[in-house]
Design a protein around this ligand. Structure first.
Ligand SMILES: [Zn+2]
Length: 157
């Protein structure tokens, strides 16, 4: 089993699959920056995680197919790499990003949301960025998106 991780899957702080190979496109790795190391996942790289770049052809194939779905404008270059890598390696995409999920459906690529209800309800606390207001399931020294401070925030059950 092969899984492609997108930024939302890693930042969710939720457990990743226990088995199988994990693939990360280079642009997602770059997007994650320090958040990656802070999640303590560096060790996974030595075990069963590989940074792999999809071919130009796969990226162009994804771009061509999602043209006109309305999602093409919302997809970042990193998102395109996620989709292209899934196309090329027949992996399952792990993502909570709606545009990626939608495009994956259009392309017939398997995907799995990371934040299943059962898991999410376990978290009593979340952390909200004081800058961009994004919510995180774990405390980080700073927001990986905008760099502002995080404050704990009681999650709604
Ligand atoms: Zn922020």
């Amino acid at each position: 089993m092969r899984f492609i991780l997108d930024t939302s899957a890693v930042l969710s702080g939720l457990p990743l699959p226990q088995e199988g190979e994990l693939l990360l496109p280079p642009l997602v790795e770059r997007e994650l920056g320090h958040a990656w190391a802070r999640r303590g996942l560096e060790y996974l790289k030595e075990v069963r995680l590989a940074v792999r770049e999809p071919s130009r052809a796969a990226i162009e194939a994804v771009r061509a197919k999602c043209r006109g779905t309305g999602d093409d404008a919302r997809l970042s270059e990193a998102d395109l790499e996620v989709l292209a890598l899934a196309l090329e390696t027949s992996g399952t995409i792990l993502t909570d990003d709606y545009s990626i999920q939608n495009t994956a459906s259009v392309l017939g690529l398997p995907y799995k949301p990371v934040s299943q209800k059962g898991i999410r309800e376990v978290f009593a606390w979340t952390y909200r960025c004081t800058g961009c207001r994004k919510l995180f399931d774990q405390n980080l020294p700073e927001c990986p998106v905008c760099g502002a401070e995080l404050k704990s925030h009681r999650a709604r059950r």
